[in-house]
Design a protein around this ligand. Structure first.
Ligand code: PMV
Length: 342
């Protein structure tokens, strides 16, 4: 056991799924494969300081404030991660995080927060064990235990989580970089988050995943996600924006369709969500500009488009989209390069 204190600091991005993870099995394994990209601006920076203490324990602060809701999540995570991280037994952890993006805006803070924490903890375990190179699949697997989608945040650019027999490298336990060359258009893709509402969502994603257990469309959903994953990988390498758009929209609307058809059913879409979708389709038809969208489990829209159209799109957003956003709020982001130490 080290007597001195040790520190590890990492920043890790949030990610945005195009093929959606929805439904779990075993310990936080997905019922279907998912594909996402890491964001560039939206990340969590976490420092963990460790001091020897029998029985362990931790304190957590986000932007210098304790947040009980997140303390519970970390508590659960520590319990589940204990078998892989012996340091949890013998050390006390001071955890301090900051996010570069606001809460409840449709950017998944659990993905960036849990992956940043997983990096710090895996790093500290290595330091205590006197080992060097971090095993990135181990970090992904740890992050997954904290929050499923966090498994995909340990890489830059595009990643895939979930076992597919067609893709021998793939796994339910950890994410991998998308096993295909990514065309330039998708390496620099833009994601403008159109904030329709920043209120806390009435149904958590944990509850949503659960409703897939006995969902009437469960089997259909699983095969749809498998098919969409294979097709998406083809479009990501060929650079077909049109093909990509078809899958992005089908996945976003299917996710909401699953929520609307679960028992009990629920809706997260708001009138302005649908108005913006109509606006996007209208703009695309009129201008012949490649633009598409996705949504997570909430009312906000993620507008996706190639870098070269950013100017036209910004002008259109200003005039036609901002009026549908809460306080005219739009957060601009792009595909990012992944986590960084320090
Ligand atoms: O990681 P969780 O349990 O918060 O689930 C996230 C689920 C979606 O964001 C809706 C889809 C996804 O694949 O990220």
């Amino acid at each position: 056991t080290h007597t001195a204190s040790l520190t590890s600091t990492w920043q890790s991005p949030s990610n945005l799924a195009i093929v959606k993870y929805w439904g779990k099995k075993n310990i936080q394994e997905p019922v279907n494969p998912s594909v996402s990209f890491s964001l560039s601006q939206a990340f969590t920076r976490t420092s963990v300081n460790l001091t020897p203490k029998e029985g362990g324990g931790f304190s957590f602060k986000l932007d210098q404030q304790p947040v009980p809701k997140f303390e519970n999540k970390i508590e659960t995570f520590f319990k589940a991660a204990r078998p892989r991280l012996p340091i949890i037994e013998n050390y006390y952890f001071d955890i301090e995080s900051t996010n570069t993006f606001p809460h409840s805006t449709g950017i998944a803070s659990s993905a960036s927060a849990m992956s940043a924490l997983a990096f710090c903890l895996a790093d500290l375990q290595q330091q205590v064990d006197g080992k060097k190179d971090l095993d990135i699949t181990e970090v992904s697997s740890l992050a997954r235990i904290g929050s499923g989608s966090a498994s995909r945040s340990v890489y830059g650019s595009w990643s895939l989580w979930g076992r597919m027999s067609e893709l021998p490298e793939s796994s339910d336990i950890y994410a991998i970089p998308v096993p295909a060359d990514i065309a330039p258009v998708f390496r620099n893709l833009h994601d403008d988050i159109l904030i329709v509402s920043s209120q806390d969502k009435p149904v958590s994603s944990t509850q949503g995943h659960k409703l897939m257990d006995n969902h009437p469309y469960r089997e259909g959903r699983i095969s749809q996600a498998r098919q969409n994953t294979l097709t998406l990988l083809k479009h990501l390498s060929s650079g077909s924006f049109e093909g990509f758009a078809e899958i992005a929209e089908s996945e976003a609307l299917s996710l909401h369709g699953l929520m609307m058809s679960s028992t009990p059913p629920y809706t997260l879409l708001l009138p302005n969500t649908l108005s913006i979708i109509e606006k996007i389709k209208d703009f695309r038809n009129r201008k012949d500009i490649p633009v598409t969208f996705t949504m997570d489990a909430g009312p906000n829209i993620h507008l996706l488009y190639p870098d070269e159209f950013s100017k036209e799109i910004a002008e259109w957003e200003e005039k036609e989209i901002k009026p549908f956003c809460a306080n005219g709020r739009i957060i601009r982001d792009q595909v990012g390069r992944g986590p960084k130490k320090g």
